[in-house]
Write a protein that binds this ligand. Structure first.
Ligand code: 3SL
Length: 241
């Protein structure tokens, strides 16, 4: 298995797809998606365009859908939810489809939707993603950070490192065997440095600081945990996990 890390969707090669592509948006889109599916959500359907989300979800019975919209960290007016995983309780989401559009995370998923296997990963479901990769043994894996409007995000890179570090340890591979690019080595280094204080790292991250200004400390605490949800968000059809 060769693992490549891309810090933003825009940095992925355009002329090829890997066997397995993984979108990461620790703060907070993929953390929210994993939470919804673990809480019994019927599915998660992603949109980059808010108007398209409204139109497509209109065809869904109101009691079977939830609409989540986030821009700049805040909930979009007229939507049921913003993008806080803590709002996604089993009482609210069980049996319902989440129609979601966020600033960066949903864009990352759309960028990789043509890969044969598409996953959404966060720190909270890292172990489930690693287990799947070890069982499936795809030849090439991309881990794609969502970043923030085209730029690097610490929290997505540390999650990429957490996934790769676990595979490296569990397979007793050499780094050369699993490393597809230099970014992978950097991601493992970042995770190795911060693995015992991931919340501390999220506090350093620019998007972590943006969310703290929006009074989302509890979200940071929740999203900084590793391996708490045994759930594998896997694409069923383009845009639907
Ligand atoms: O950019 C995104 O996709 C969001 O996850 C950002 S936020 O954490 O909801 O602000």
């Amino acid at each position: 298995m060769k693992i490549f890390v891309y810090h933003t969707p825009e940095l992925t090669p355009i002329d090829t797809v890997p066997e397995c592509a993984i979108a990461v948006d620790v703060l907070r889109a993929t953390s929210t998606m994993a939470t919804v599916l673990a809480a019994g959500g019927e599915a998660v359907q992603v949109f980059s365009d808010l108007n398209k989300l409204m139109t497509v979800s209109e065809a869904w019975p109101p009691e079977k859908r939830l609409r989540a919209g986030e821009r700049g960290g805040a909930k979009v007016a007229g939507f049921d939810l913003g993008n806080s995983p803590l709002d996604c309780t089993a009482d609210l989401v069980a049996g319902r489809r989440l129609f979601i559009s966020t600033t960066n995370g949903t864009r990352a998923l759309q960028r990789i939707e043509n890969a044969p296997i598409v996953l959404a990963a966060a720190l909270i479901n890292r172990a489930a993603v690693v287990k799947f990769l070890l069982e499936k043994q795809p030849e090439t894996v991309w881990i794609v950070g969502s970043g923030w409007e085209g730029s690097y995000s610490l929290e997505d890179t540390v999650c990429a490192g957490a996934i790769a570090h676990s595979i490296w340890q569990k397979t007793n591979s050499s780094l050369e065997e699993i490393s597809g690019n230099d970014e992978l080595i950097g991601a493992i280094g970042l995770y190795s440095q911060w693995q015992n204080d991931l919340l501390g790292l999220l506090h350093q991250a620019s998007h972590g600081q943006r969310l703290l200004r929006l009074e989302c400390l509890e979200d940071l605490k929740y999203c900084s945990q590793t391996d708490i949800l045994d759930v594998l968000p896997i694409q069923q059809e383009p845009g639907v996990l």
